[in-house]
Design a protein around this ligand. Structure first.
Ligand SMILES: [Zn+2]
Length: 173
């Protein structure tokens, strides 16, 4: 889950078009809101999202209508490398988790919004090695969610990095 393409900004004008595309493609699978019945989960994610190193968290929960509730979390075995954090053994690191969450450490002089994207390696790792329905990136108290279908659509459209999707980003603190 590399953060190397953080400084790539050429796609910003494409965000609106891409979001419209992906929303159209996502049908009613999109999550319009998220809930944290267990405040400790929300607080942990909020803390991790502001850290200077990358964390990967498996989130368990349930989707009811267009709301996704995350009530438990697991930290998989992971290893750090020059390219970021990967799950040990890579295959299905989060198993049957509902979502795979990771943070993009905020770089000096950048806003949280600048780190809220799903990089090409994020997309590749998620599609290839994870089974979860949702992918989430957190940056400094903010988080954005993509559905598996949206990640797949973005990959097919070469939207790398994948921009945030309207109404699928929230503040956690
Ligand atoms: Zn990433």
């Amino acid at each position: 889950m590399a953060v190397r393409d953080l400084k790539i900004r050429w796609w910003i004008p494409l965000v609106a078009v891409a979001a419209a595309w992906l929303l159209a493609l996502s049908g009613n699978c999109a999550a319009q809101s998220i809930g944290f019945p267990n405040a400790a989960v929300r607080d942990s994610l909020s803390k991790f999202s502001s850290d200077s190193i990358e964390h990967l968290v498996c989130l368990d929960g349930r989707a009811i209508g267009d709301t996704v509730y995350f009530d438990a979390m697991r930290i998989p075995e992971q290893q750090a490398s020059a390219h970021g954090v990967t799950v040990q053994g890579t295959h299905t690191g989060c198993g049957s988790a509902l979502a795979v969450w990771h943070n993009h450490p905020k770089q000096a002089g950048e806003t949280a919004e600048m780190g809220l994207y799903f990089s090409s390696s994020d997309q590749n790792t998620f599609l290839r090695y994870e089974e979860a329905l949702f992918a989430i990136v957190g940056v400094d108290g903010a988080m954005c969610l993509w559905t598996r279908r949206q990640v797949h659509a973005g990959w097919l459209l070469n939207l790398t990095p994948l921009p945030p999707i309207e109404k699928q980003c929230w503040q956690t603190h």
